[in-house]
Design a protein around this ligand. Structure first.
Ligand code: HEC
Length: 143
């Protein structure tokens, strides 16, 4: 085994520990904590029914292309937050990122919509926005 492989393994173990260790979590800033909580909610089955989560459709934490239960491909969520607010054809109005999240919870997960100022919605919006850092905001080309 090469030294490079060994050091990679050490890094993997260290990051796996960092993810679960409460001692390290206590050193997080409130912003980091919200993003982490959002990432956990994104993977959790608690927002819907039948054991499904956001990850059922949005694979890899939303970082890679997703797939619907019927096999249809959907794009990754990298940059998605930068394209909200957005006119939504089906809704017939401009919707925010939070409204999109609630649409996915009610239509995709058959769950109860979240309160817009509750900590779960704040966490999910924080997580999704973190996936769009450095992406230019695009309001359907409107300046
Ligand atoms: C059953 C599959 C399914 C589940 C589960 C699901 N989504 Fe979606 N999501 C979609 C589809 C399909 C779209 C694109 C069409 C649409 O707007 O409904 C989408 C779109 C989105 C978008 C906008 C992406 C873009 O660039 O337009 C965001 C953000 C999003 N979902 C977040 C979530 C979150 C957060 C959850 C979990 C609470 C979730 N989704 C659960 C299917 C799903």
């Amino acid at each position: 085994m090469t030294l490079q492989k060994i050091s990679y393994m050490v890094v993997s173990v260290a990051s796996a520990l960092a993810f679960t260790a409460p001692a390290l979590a206590a050193t997080e800033t409130p912003m980091q904590a919200a993003i982490h909580e959002g990432g956990q909610l994104f993977a959790a089955a608690s927002l819907g029914v039948g054991g499904n989560s956001c990850m059922t459709c949005h694979r890899g934490g939303g970082r890679v292309d997703g797939m619907l239960p019927n096999g249809k491909q959907i794009p990754s969520l990298i940059g998605a937050a930068a394209s909200f607010p957005r006119y939504n054809e089906r809704a017939g109005k401009v919707i925010t990122l939070g409204m999109q999240v609630n649409s996915c919870i009610t239509n995709g997960l058959h769950g109860m919509p979240l309160s817009y100022d509750g900590s779960k919605m704040v966490a999910l919006v924080s997580y999704l926005t973190a996936l769009s850092q450095e992406k230019p905001i695009d309001l359907q080309g409107v300046k």
